[in-house]
Write a protein that binds this ligand. Structure first.
Ligand SMILES: [Mg+2]
Length: 231
């Protein structure tokens, strides 16, 4: 196990749904879009089960979901409306991201969310590196295509390995903040694993620090201002 020292962290990476973004009933964007454009979110449970059983690949799962929304009439505007009406940043998210930016950290998103969630809730795009699922739209706003992320579930650790290589840092210089079982590969890899409002015991068990729901600002007590780089 790598040794964790908060003052050697260079990269702080975040999950999105349940970590930076919340919903009153703990639903995520996929479930909300199923409810809005398919009628209910039962398909989410069934497809997740098929994925875990190896009957459905992640990319196929994304394709089925996005095609269902497209056939249900989803447009960029109506998806953005669902996000605005049902999702919000967790308390302190904007302040924490802004302050970590000022303190000199490289900030990343490694998430199975949709890029539109970040576009709507972080319109200033404060992250240096973003790995999410992506949807593209035509000029009329209809869904024209999508790109499934290879960096969800076990792929989250792959994204962080690649970023560490690109940035020239070691895995113990990464802090990752997540809430659910799809974050476990990332939490296992990094030197400073943080659970925010963990939804499963396995997430809690992997974390060096557990932040309660509403307590994201606790990150600022852990991560000091970094010394300015030499010019
Ligand atoms: Mg999550």
């Amino acid at each position: 196990m790598s040794s964790c020292s908060w003052d050697c962290v260079r990269l702080v990476a975040f999950d999105v749904d349940g970590t930076l973004v919340e919903h009153d009933g703990s639903l995520v964007i996929w479930q909300l879009l199923h409810q809005r454009f398919v009628g209910d979110d039962e398909v989410n449970r069934l497809r997740y089960r098929d994925y875990l059983d190896g009957r459905l690949s992640y990319a196929e799962w994304v394709r089925l979901d996005v095609e269902g929304w497209r056939d249900g009439g989803a447009t960029r505007a109506s998806i953005e409306q669902v996000i605005r009406e049902h999702l919000r940043l967790v308390p302190g998210a904007r302040e924490v991201i802004g302050e970590l930016h000022r303190r000199g950290y490289t900030l990343a998103i490694v998430s199975g969310t949709l890029d539109l969630v970040l576009d709507v809730l972080f319109p200033d795009h404060p992250f240096h590196h973003v790995f999410t699922n992506r949807i593209s739209f035509d000029d009329a706003g209809a869904i024209a295509g999508w790109q499934a992320t290879p960096f969800d579930m076990d792929g989250k650790a792959e994204a962080l390995r690649a970023l560490a290589l690109q940035l020239g840092i070691a895995h113990h210089q990464i802090a990752f903040v997540g809430d659910h079982t799809n974050d476990c590969s990332a939490l296992k890899l990094v030197g400073c694993p943080v659970a925010y409002d963990p939804k499963h015991d396995s997430v809690r068990a992997l974390a060096r620090t557990v932040l309660p729901r509403g307590g994201l600002r606790g990150l600022l007590d852990l991560l000091p201002a970094r010394a300015p780089a030499a010019h």
